[in-house]
Structures are given as structure tokens and as C-alpha cells.
Design a protein around this ligand. Structure first.
Ligand code: 13P
Ligand code: SF4
Length: 331
């Protein structure tokens, strides 16, 4: 067993020797995050790693993020210190996706009149289905732009898997939405959302917001769009992880702010006058799985010539998932 300091030293030494780039999402543990060469929200990570030229990408995050790098740059070797899967991405697979399309068809909406959009928090097979049907990917930072473009085609939008992001964007744009299973007729709305969600972002409640507003009059509430529509409607700012960080860092230090997103990100922000918008610690279990030791062991496995947890994607899935991701990047 090595201490974190020893592990950091070993990681630095292996990095000098190997052609690797360390990538980490904001929700990673601090000690893992600190070692990264590239950090960002999901969109920034996809773009920055695509433009990086190291042979290996060591991705500390969740499966769909590492997969997106491999899909966009198939020649790169992408390894994940932990094969952790985002719980929301796990809520839909290609079979459930087909069922959602069938739900619309059963209501008389023809396949050619459906524009599917998948949140990047989905596995490669779902992205491929969406790509093959003429749709595209979005992230929390560009969902509004993507949906605005998609709406221009005059079709019904099938939004998977995050019902909250889908409903929040619909509310922001003054569009009508429903969630499959809520009993509404999809013909009466613009955006039909799959019933997926992030359990971490479900921890924030309107009562939490009321509590903070009462306790600290003048406090600002900043949340991620994976929170429930009731939370986003009551907040002062809604944005992706990078957008939240930027918003909070630009506030005067004396301005109190309560933040509704993953704990590691909130805890790393300015220490003064920043609060976690929940009485329950909002930790993402899968993001927290990756340890510094995992990063070291992954680098060691590359050095030994037998990389651990290397991402491989079926060529047909790769082809259409890439189309869906590239349609997003083109915008
Ligand atoms: P961002 O794209 O905002 O980084 O979000 C990723 C995520 O998984 C949020 O739960
Ligand atoms: Fe997935 Fe939620 Fe974790 Fe983000 S916070 S990676 S959406 S489970």
C-alpha cells in the first residue's frame, strides 16, 4: 500500500515515460482531479481530448465519457482506471430506446417525423441508434442550441434518457413536454422525454431552497439542469458543471451561494460562503469509485504492455455513434 504522496510521485514518473494524457471530470475525487492534464464538463472533455495527440487517454470519469473519446478518435487508446457506469446512462439501452420510438409510433407519429436527441450521458449503442435515425447528441451546456436546431425541422423531439434536462430545456424555450408513462398524448407536446434521471441530482428539493433562502436572505441558488424542473424554476442560475464553476467564481466573495450538484465539485469551489444545497451529501457513487491507486495501476499496466480496462467499441455502433456526436460538434 502506497500513500497518496507516493502514488502521486509514481504517477508523475510514469507520465514522463509514457505517451499518455490524464483526463478527469469535475466530480472526481480531489487527489485524482489534481493529477489531470485535461479537465472540464462533458462537452469540453470530448473536444479537448479529441484535439490531444497522446497515444493513450487515461480517463477518470464514467463509461460514456471514455466511450465518447474512443468514438470520436478511434485510433486513440482509451483506458479507464475504473469501468464505472453512470447510473442514468444505465437506465436506457437500445431495446428501451426502440420501445420509446414504438410508443410514439403507436400514437400515430411516423418514424420519419421523429427527431431523436440523446443526452451524452448514454451508452454508445443508444447514441448509435440516435445517429442512425438522423438525430444527435447534446450535453448539459449545449442542449438549448441543439434543441433549437432540431425544432427547426418541424418534427417531434424524442429526448433520452434524462427527463429533467428535457423538461428544463422545454420550459426555458416555452415548449410543451411530456414524460413517457405520464399519460399525456405525445401529439399534444413538442418534446417527449424518456423517464430517466440522475439519482444524485434528485437529492435537491424545493424545501432545501426555501431553507437556505430563509436562513440567509439574499443567498443565490445555482443548480445543474439534471435537477428536477421545480428546483431549476426556483433557482437563480442553471448550468453545466463548467458553467456553474464560472458563475460562482465570478461572484463577490461575500455573496452566499448554495449549489445543487455533486459534492466533490462544490467542495472544491471557493471555501467561503458556498453551501451544499442538501442535507444529504450528494456524492455520485460511480464518479467516486476511481482512486489514485487505480490511476497508478492503469499507468503501470500501460508501461507493462497490458493496458487495463481498455475501451473497445463495435465498428457499426462506433460508426453511427460518431455521426450523432459529430452532428453535435458541428453546431
Ligand atoms: P456536465 O456535462 O455538466 O459536466 O455533466 C456531467 C454529469 O454527469 C452531470 O451529472
Ligand atoms: Fe451519472 Fe448522475 Fe453521476 Fe452524473 S452525477 S455521472 S448523471 S449518476
Amino acid at each position: 500500500k502506497f500513500t497518496n504522496e507516493e502514488l502521486k510521485q509514481k504517477i508523475i514518473e510514469l507520465k514522463k515515460k509514457l505517451s499518455v494524457t490524464l483526463v478527469a471530470h469535475f466530480y472526481q475525487r480531489d487527489e485524482v482531479f489534481e493529477m489531470a492534464d485535461i479537465t472540464g464538463d462533458s462537452l469540453e472533455l470530448a473536444i479537448k481530448t479529441r484535439d490531444d495527440d497522446a497515444e493513450f487517454v487515461v480517463f477518470s470519469g464514467v463509461g460514456f465519457m471514455g466511450q465518447s473519446v474512443k468514438i470520436l478518435s478511434p485510433h486513440k487508446r482509451v483506458v479507464m482506471p475504473k469501468a464505472a457506469c453512470c447510473a442514468m446512462a444505465r437506465m436506457i439501452d437500445s431495446m428501451y430506446y426502440d420501445d420509446s420510438v414504438k410508443f410514439l409510433e403507436d400514437h400515430g407519429i411516423k418514424k420519419e417525423n421523429i427527431m431523436p436527441i440523446t443526452y451524452i450521458n448514454s451508452n454508445a449503442d443508444v447514441k448509435a441508434k440516435v445517429g442512425e435515425m438522423g438525430g444527435m447528441v447534446c450535453t448539459s451546456s449545449n442542449a438549448k442550441t441543439i434543441i433549437t436546431t432540431a425544432m427547426g425541422e418541424g418534427k417531434k423531439i424524442l429526448f433520452v434518457p434524462d427527463r429533467c434536462l428535457g423538461q428544463n430545456i422545454a420550459n426555458q424555450m416555452g415548449l410543451k413536454s411530456c414524460v413517457i408513462g405520464d399519460g399525456k398524448d405525445p401529439n399534444d407536446v413538442d418534446i417527449i422525454c424518456y423517464n430517466g434521471f440522475c439519482s444524485v441530482h434528485q437529492l435537491f428539493s424545493v424545501e432545501d431552497i426555501e431553507f437556505y433562502r430563509k436562513k440567509y436572505p439574499g443567498i443565490l441558488i445555482a443548480v445543474h439542469p439534471e435537477c428536477d424542473p421545480a428546483i431549476c424554476n426556483a433557482a437563480d442560475f442553471v448550468g453545466s458543471t463548467s458553467q456553474l464553476i464560472k458563475y460562482i467564481k465570478e461572484l463577490p466573495l461575500e455573496q452566499k451561494v448554495a449549489v445543487g450538484t455533486e459534492f466533490n465539485l462544490v467542495n472544491r469551489l471557493r471555501k467561503k460562503n458556498t453551501y451544499v444545497l442538501s442535507s444529504t451529501k450528494p456524492e455520485c457513487p460511480t464518479m467516486n469509485e476511481t482512486t489514485l491507486e487505480d490511476v497508478y495501476l492503469t499507468l503501470k499496466s500501460i508501461d507493462d504492455g497490458e493496458p487495463l480496462n481498455e475501451i473497445e467499441i463495435d465498428p457499426k455502433v462506433q460508426k453511427w455513434a460518431k455521426v450523432a456526436l459529430e452532428r453535435m460538434l458541428a453546431l
